[in-house]
Design a protein around this ligand. Sequence first.
Ligand SMILES: [Zn+2]
Length: 196
Amino acid sequence: MKSHLNVNFFTEFIRKEVLTDLRLEDLKYWISRFGFYDLIRPVGKDSYGNLSFRAEPGKNEFVITATKEDFHDEKLTPTRFVKVVHCDINNNKVRVHGLENPSRDTFLHYLIYKNRPDINAVFHGHCDRLDCEPGLNFVTTEKEQPWGSVELAREVEKVLGKENFIIMRNHGFLALGKNIDDAGKTTLRAYQKCFQ
Ligand SMILES: [Zn+2]
């Protein structure tokens, strides 16, 4: 087993394999919708959105897009998805099945699954208007934190409660769902509220 230094954590590849989960097709559908609505535009250097789903009920394992995923259709092969089977925030380590490093926001997704057993899909995207529009009254994190940081994940944890749509201050949004479709529909509801 080999470890790779990511910006935020070490990735230990437990199994070097291409994922075959059938739900990848559902996730890819919503990634394409996100592209259509321009919700996965890059912010800063290499910061795209990231989408995940819980692999099994009752476990905090999840399948997430790989890091530096730029979501061009031709690149959305199964190799661009990674199953995270263990997260150790204190020691900055994750264990995965897959071929690539998982999204740098992996700890953020992990803490949501850990805190919210009712949630089985987490989508993160960027949309300036959703983030800044006053009067929409979306739950918003208190402090701005660097994307991909544990501090950002902890900031989200503070406002998570039972919320299913959260703005990360000056960065982007999180849509949570009981399944993949639900997280997608939560996103579109917020989007329509903003652009109606
Ligand atoms: Zn982001």
